[in-house]
Each structure stands twice: as C-alpha cells, then as structure tokens.
Design a protein around this ligand. Structure first.
Ligand SMILES: [Ca+2]
Ligand SMILES: [Ca+2]
Length: 175
C-alpha cells in the first residue's frame, strides 16, 4: 500500500513537471535553448556545440534552436542567434523583407521654381513598402535630376535600390 502511494506520488510529480516544462516551453522565446527564460551566449554555446557535432540537443531544444524555422539545425541558425545576442538583429526570427518599392506620401510643397533657385524638398514624404508587407518611412533618401536652368525636371528619388520620380518646373527669370 505504501509502495502504491509512493508510485502515485512519483507519477503526480512527473505529470506536474511535464505540465510545467510544457508551459515553460510555450512561454520561452525562440533561441532559449537551455530554457532558462532568456536568450544569451549560453544558448549560443549549446547551438554551436550541436552544429559542430560536439553537443546534444533534445527534441524540445531543437525546436527552440531552429531559429530560421527551416526544419534543420544549421550554421544559419547559429548566425541568426549570435547576431541576435550581439544586438545586430533586434528580433528572432530574422525575416528578410524582400525587395521594396518606394511610395510618395506627399510631394514637396514647392514644385515651381524660378531660374537659379535651389530645389526645396520641404513637405516631401516617402515610404518603402516591402514584399513581406512591412511599410517604413524613409528619411535618408537621395535624389538627382534637378538643375536650376529653365525646363521640366524629372527628380529621381532613390533608396535601397528602389527609385521613384516626380517633376518640377523651372521658369525663366523675369528680365
Ligand atoms: Ca537561455
Ligand atoms: Ca534552421
């Protein structure tokens, strides 16, 4: 009878620890391979050792270690985890945004110039729309195509390999 109670207690303890580890896994961030609640160099070490063939990971740990979600534990996961731990990446998993396209939100306030005037981009607002759906404002764009001689000028705005254009007009100075 006493033995039955002990076995029952052990089974209870097992079930409890399984439940706890299950919920801990659900709450653990991706990359927390040692399940201590944070993602740091200790997790990197476990992952690097495994990829190098000198370490062991449980099935649950492998799930936490597959940073890029491709189903395998590879140097790509090591790279992402290390970059995250060193602050190069701000979140895991890293998702490549794909190629972006630029969208003009508002044109410059001034689109008509007199010969000799400099271009004024005040009021110009730009954003980039990535193929993964991310949309970000763009501040540090470059532009070309303006000259202060009379005529219609096509201003080409560039950012991250994408381009967009608008026109301004330069009128001759009054004689
Ligand atoms: Ca950890
Ligand atoms: Ca992977």
């Amino acid at each position: 009878m006493k033995l039955v109670r002990i076995v029952a207690a052990l089974l209870c303890a097992c079930a409890l620890s399984l439940a706890l580890s299950g919920s801990a896994y659900a709450e653990n961030p991706l990359g927390d391979i040692d399940f201590d609640g944070d993602v740091d160099y200790d997790d990197c070490r476990l992952l690097f050792d495994y990829v190098a063939g000198s370490g062991f990971l449980s099935i649950a740990q492998m799930r936490a270690a597959d940073i890029d979600g491709d189903g395998g534990i590879t140097p790509a996961d090591c790279a992402q985890l290390l970059h995250y731990v060193t602050g190069v990446l701000s979140a895991l998993p890293y998702v490549h945004r794909g190629r972006g396209r630029l969208a003009i939100i508002s044109y410059p306030d001034k689109t008509e110039y007199t010969e000799g005037e400099k271009i004024d981009m005040t009021g110009f607002e730009l954003q980039i729309v990535y193929s993964n759906g991310d949309i970000l404002p763009v501040e540090n764009y470059s532009y070309s195509g303006y000259s202060s001689t009379p005529g219609v000028k096509i201003i080409v705005v560039s950012y991250a390999g994408a381009r967009v254009a608008f026109v301004v007009t330069v009128y001759p100075a009054q004689q």
